[in-house]
Design a binder for this molecule. Structure first.
Ligand SMILES: Nc1ncnc2c1ncn2[C@@H]1O[C@H](COP(=O)(O)OP(=O)(O)OP(=O)(O)O)[C@@H](O)[C@H]1O
Length: 242
C-alpha cells in the first residue's frame, strides 16, 4: 500500500464509481489542503455530486481510496463514516433540506445537539452563524413560510456551526437569486478563511468557480488537467459580486 498522505485534508486516489452500470467517476484523484477553497467545476451530469458524496464518505466508491487527515475513509464501517461526517464534515446541497418541526435556530444547531453539546452552547453558536448569515431575525420561526433563500441560509448555518474541517458545498447557490448568492458565498468563503475550513465546492457556474483558490474540471466523470489543479487562481482576484 502507498503511504497515507500527511498534510492533505482530503485525498482521493483513483476513484471509479458507477450508477446502475453507467460510469459516473473514472480514475479521479485529487488532493485538498487545509483552509483552501477547491472548486470542482463541470456541466450537469459530469459527476460532481457523486464525487462529493464519495469524498465525504456518504458513498463508498466502487474502486479507489479516500483519505482524511492521513486516515482511510473508504475502509471505515458505515457507523464510523457517519460519525466522521457528523463530527468533522459539513454539507450543503442545492436544496435546503430542513427539519420542518424544528425552528430555524434548532435546525442550525442540530449538528451540535446531535454531538451532545449542551443546549445553551449549541443555541449560542447557532445564533452567531444565523447572525453572520443575516437570518437571526427568523430564528424562532419554522422553515415553513420562509423564502428559499432564507432556508438555504439556515442550511448554511447548520453546515458551518460545528466548525467542520471540510465543508462540502454541492451547487449551494444554484437555486438562488444573484444577491442571495453573493451573501451565501461570501459567508462560506469567509468561514473557510477564518476557521481554516477546507471547502470543496461543486458548481457548473464559471463565476462561482472563479472564487476558489483552485479549480478542477470534471467532464464525463474524468478530471481534466492536473490533479493538483494548477489551472486556476481565484480567490484573491474575485470581486464576490456574483
Ligand atoms: N442514484 C443514481 N442512479 C443512477 N444514475 C445516477 C444516480 N446519481 C447520478 N447518476 C448519474 O450519474 C451521472 C453523474 O451524476 P452526478 O449527479 O454525480 O453529476 P453532477 O455533475 O452532480 O450533475 P448535476 O449538476 O446535474 O447534479 C449522471 O449521468 C447521472 O444521471
Amino acid at each position: 500500500m502507498v503511504d497515507p498522505p500527511d498534510s492533505d485534508v482530503i485525498e482521493a486516489r483513483s476513484l471509479h464509481h458507477s450508477h446502475s452500470g453507467s460510469p459516473a467517476l473514472i480514475a479521479v484523484s485529487l488532493r485538498t489542503r487545509r483552509g483552501e477553497v477547491l472548486a470542482v467545476h463541470g456541466p450537469r451530469g459530469s459527476g460532481k455530486t457523486t464525487l462529493l458524496r464519495c469524498l465525504s464518505g456518504q458513498t463508498v466508491a466502487d474502486e479507489g481510496e479516500v483519505w482524511f487527515d492521513g486516515d482511510p475513509v473508504h475502509t471505515l464501517s458505515p457507523l464510523r463514516r457517519e460519525r466522521l461526517r457528523r463530527e468533522r464534515f459539513g454539507w450543503i446541497g442545492p436544496e435546503p433540506s430542513l427539519v420542518p418541526e424544528l425552528t430555524v435556530w434548532e435546525n442550525a444547531a442540530l449538528p451540535l445537539l446531535l454531538n451532545g453539546v449542551p443546549h445553551r452552547h449549541a443555541k449560542a453558536a447557532a445564533m452567531e452563524w444565523l447572525e453572520r448569515l443575516d437570518i437571526d431575525g427568523c430564528a424562532r420561526r419554522r422553515p415553513y413560510g420562509l423564502t428559499r433563500a432564507e432556508r438555504q441560509r439556515t442550511a448554511a448555518a447548520r453546515a458551518l456551526v460545528g466548525e467542520p474541517a471540510v465543508l462540502f458545498a454541492d451547487e449551494p447557490t444554484a437555486a438562488l437569486h444573484r444577491a442571495d448568492r453573493a451573501l451565501l458565498l461570501r459567508t462560506l468563503l469567509a468561514a473557510a478563511g477564518s476557521q481554516r475550513t477546507t471547502v470543496v465546492l461543486a458548481t457548473h457556474d464559471t463565476e462561482v468557480a472563479a472564487l476558489a483558490n483552485r479549480t478542477l474540471a470534471l467532464v464525463d466523470g474524468r478530471l481534466t488537467g492536473s490533479p493538483d489543479g494548477t489551472d486556476a487562481e481565484g480567490m484573491a482576484a474575485c470581486s464576490l459580486s456574483v
